[in-house]
Structure formats: C-alpha cells, structure tokens
Write a protein that binds this ligand. Sequence first.
Ligand code: IMP
Length: 421
Amino acid sequence: MQTMAIIGAQWGDEGKGKITDLLAEKSDLVVRYQGGHNAGHTIWVDGKKTVLHVIPSGVLHPHCTSVIGHGVVLEPENFLFELNRIKNVTKVTPDNLKVSETATVITSYHKLLDAARESQGTEKIGTTCKGIGPAYEDKIARRAVKVKDLFDKDILTRRLAVGYSEKAMLFKNLYQVEFPSIEEEVERLYKFGQSMEDYVCDTFSLIDNSLSRGKRVLYEGAQGILLDVDYGTYPYVTSSSTSASGIYNGAGIPNHKLEEVIGVAKAYTTRVGEGPFPTELFDEIGNTIQVKGNEIGATTGRKRRCGWLDIPLLRYAIKCSQLTSIALTKLDILSDLSELKICYAYEVDGKKVDCAYPGINLYNAKPLFKSFKPFKDDFTGKNSAELDQYMSFIQETLGIPVSIYAYGPDRNQIVFKKNLF
Ligand code: IMP
C-alpha cells in the first residue's frame, strides 16, 4: 500500500492526530490538504502532550516529510509560532517540513472579519475566529495572497490592494473596528515571509516525485466530513473540503488513487459550535461523557456538545468519502457508564431512515436507539464480551471493518486490527 488518508468521520475532534502520528512512523510523507490552524491535533508521547494546529501530525517523526499542501489556509505568524514551539520537541528543518508556495495566506483582515461577523453578524456559526472562512472567500474570489507573494513587497502590496477598499468599508462603516493599513500589513507579512522562505516549495511536484519513487504518502484530514463545506451540515460547517475529495483539490495525488481511506470516529459523538446534532445528550450521561472525555476544544477551549454514536451519520460519511475502514477512538470514556446506546436509524416524518442523507432535516430526525449492556473494560487484558458486542454492532451496521481502536491518548493505547502500510 502506497497511499492512505485519515479523515474525520464526524464533526471533527475524533482523535485523528494520534492515529496519523502512529501511521506516520511508516510513512514517507504526511500531507495536510485543507483547513488551517482551526484544527487542533493532540498527540501524547510518553505522557507528554503536543498540540498541532497547522503543522502535519507526521512532524514528530523526523524521517517523515510533513507537507502543507496548497489547499491549506496559512496564517504565517501562527505557523512560525507553532514551528518554534515544535522545534523544542522534535527535529524540524526545511528538509522535513514543506509549505506549498500556492497555499492561501490568512491576513489580519480575515481574522478581523471572522471575529466581527461572529460577534455582530445576524447568523452565528460558532467559528474558531481564526479567519478561515474569509480567507477561503478571498481564494475563491481570486483575490487571495498566496505564500509565494510574501517574498516581494511590491507583489504583496498589489495582492493586498485587491479587495482592500471593500474590506475597509466594512470595518469602518459596518463593524466599526480598527484595522491595519496595507503598508502595515505588508511589513508584518513580509517579515514573516522571510522567516518562512526556506520551508516553501512546489509541494505538488514533491508529492509527484515521491509517489513515482514508490514512497508512502499519508494524507491527513482536519475537521470532519460533517463539517465539509459541500457534504456537511451547511451552514454550520467549515469553509473547506474536509472529505476525501479535498485531497484531490488541496494537495494532489498525481497518477495514483487512494488505496485506504480511514474514517476516524469517536465511540460516541461530539460537536463544537452551532448546528443540528440528533443524538445530543442533555442529561447526566452527556455531562459525564463531556467531563470524563475532557471534551474541550483544543483550539478554542470551548466545551464540546456530547451524544451517543450516530450510525446514520457515519453511513453518510462512508458514502461521501468512500471510507474503507473505521478507526474507533475514546472507547475508554464509555467504559463503566450506567447505560450505553447507539443510534441505528432516525424516524423522520413517521418513516425510518438509516442514512443521514443531505435531504433530511436533521433538526427533525428522532434518533432510534439500541441499548447495549455497558462494558467495564480497563483494556489491560482480553476485551469483554460486552465491548466486543459494541464494536461488532458498529462494524456490521456500517458494512466496513473497524481497523483500529483506541482506548486512551498514548501511542501504546491504540490497537491495529489490520496491517496498514
Ligand atoms: P471555522 O472553521 O473556524 O470557520 O469554524 C466553522 C465551524 O467548524 C465551527 O462550528 C467550528 O467549531 C468548527 N470547527 C472548525 N475546526 C474544527 C476542529 O478542528 N474541530 C471541531 N470543529 C471545528
């Protein structure tokens, strides 16, 4: 196997980082293809925690080249901050970290716009306020700054000037917030560009050459399929293609196709921000899962909403991204609960529905639950019959195998049931 993808199969925060980190050990390249520093990938090694936002989770393996593809939106100040922080943990050099020269730059204007819309706009999405949406808007509108533009003040000035007057009008007249002049922003970004330059290259040709030399490439998704701008629960989504299709747009897989697409799902469901959530729990069990699972956003510090595992949503995720197997994480959080349930279908307008197709209004979907005998495993020995039953049900109803399961955050708390890479 030469190509593999790790994709969030729910609303993000599924524990993709730790799976990517482990598989990176056997990879030559780990490639991010969408999103930006809105992601928060937490990796524990020997009890030490590392949180990555835009740098790929392969970075903890110095033999592996971490690639930030052209579909990523990159905030240079945050990138450099993260880079300096990670250099205290592992060896990172321009040889093993590469940034696409055509990745889109998140500017101060994007961050200000995101925050102003969230605090003053009529429809709150609950964004991370990192400027992700506004940066992608500028990319699609063909007025974005690309990473390669950071190295020339004249080009940078010209690129920032496109759309500046519209933004200035909004800041002055609508949102009434202070904003930097073009000159100030040019100076700020140019300085960061100088510090980044050695890491920047044509990542598409790097991936192409690596694949033709038989190297193993692992694509690392951020967020989750249900936050995909096209497949997700719009408008409560992020602004990128978080599903497998984003790999083709945001990094490329020249002359190859994906051989394994692992959908990472928690053994229950969580979501941050606004939007529908059919299996959300508002009772003591939901509270227990939130506290026990430490369900607090790694990027924003917000409490995550918690609910039972939702099979119709996972069935939809499998169809959206052609998932070939599931990695089930955080099983330990469900151990020793007083009750245990899985939503196997919804009732919508009196009819039973087993896949969360986009035509279904999820606010009207009544979850139908199957109850399981709770398991009390500490995962030190053989799995209990109850735990096996819980996992078998998931595998059978989804029709794809559970290839990996995790019962804790550390590298040695992850079990591979299939030989991957
Ligand atoms: P944005 O990506 O900051 O524009 O936020 C849009 C939506 O995606 C909000 O509901 C965020 O909470 C959610 N979101 C963005 N990144 C993540 C993530 O890494 N994990 C979970 N939710 C996220």
